[in-house]
Design a protein around this ligand. Structure first.
Ligand SMILES: *Cc1c(COP(=O)(O)O)cnc(C)c1O
Length: 222
């Protein structure tokens, strides 16, 4: 087995039951993805729409593509047919657009609501306050083309382990409120948090899906 194959197998063997691995392949070539594929992995994450579409068109059809980057509304139509799950729904407008476009092509797209709890890093995502307002909105009850699976978030990029755990706990708490709002719908089961450098802490705080790139594929060349 190749280095990529060995690393991915090792990570999967050490994840607790109930935690899914999204192998983040952004900026890495098709050959690297195929090494992970040949080791039995099928779930991959990309952060740029065009890159995901190009890879999805050329790589095996049983790969489950997850979109994890900021999604511009003008890319929704082209990306929808290729994705299983969008982790980065950061506005009601985007949610409605993904819903209507999925409905138009007869697809049900899994989505996660992106939270912004870290003080730096990204400007995208709902703050916990905005999230609670969203949960109160009626819009939520009229979505036919999407399945709300849960939430996605990132912790602050700091050394302070307590701070990182506080961020992850805040994301998990939002998930718990969402699940309650959806009447404990069984499809609402996903807390996507944890990357190469912090996924152990994320799992300790209730992650069910980790997004790992560098530890599997090595450093990215932008
Ligand atoms: C790039 C990226 C990752 C993976 O990060 P690594 O540090 O390489 O594991 C995870 N989540 C998101 C949203 C990303 O953009």
């Amino acid at each position: 087995m190749t280095g990529i194959g060995q690393r991915i197998s090792h990570i999967k063997a050490t994840l607790p039951d109930g935690v899914t691995l999204v192998a983040v392949s952004k900026f890495h070539p098709a050959e690297a993805i195929m090494e992970a594929y040949d080791a039995g992995h099928r779930v991959f994450g990309e952060s740029r729409a065009n890159e995901l579409i190009t890879k999805a068109k050329t790589l095996p059809g049983d790969i489950e593509w997850h979109f994890i980057g900021h999604l511009q509304t003008n890319k929704v139509r082209s990306i929808i047919p290729h994705v299983k799950c969008i982790h980065s729904i950061d506005s009601m407008r985007l949610l409605k657009l993904v819903d209507s476009e999925s409905t138009r092509i007869g697809q049900c797209t899994d989505i996660l609501l992106q939270l912004h709890v870290a003080r730096e890093e990204t400007k995208f995502g709902f703050s916990p306050e905005e999230f609670d307002l969203l949960l109160e909105s009626r819009d939520f009850d009229n979505l036919a083309g999407v399945r709300i699976r849960g939430v996605m978030g990132m912790a602050s990029n700091v050394e302070d382990a307590d701070r990182i755990k506080d961020d992850f706990k805040a994301i998990r708490a939002c998930f718990d409120r969402l699940k309650k709002r959806l009447a404990d719908n069984a499809a609402c089961d996903t807390v996507s948090m944890g990357m190469s450098h912090d996924y152990h802490a994320a799992i300790d705080c209730g992650s069910t899906m980790v997004r790992i790139g560098t530890t599997i594929f090595g450093e990215r060349e932008y």
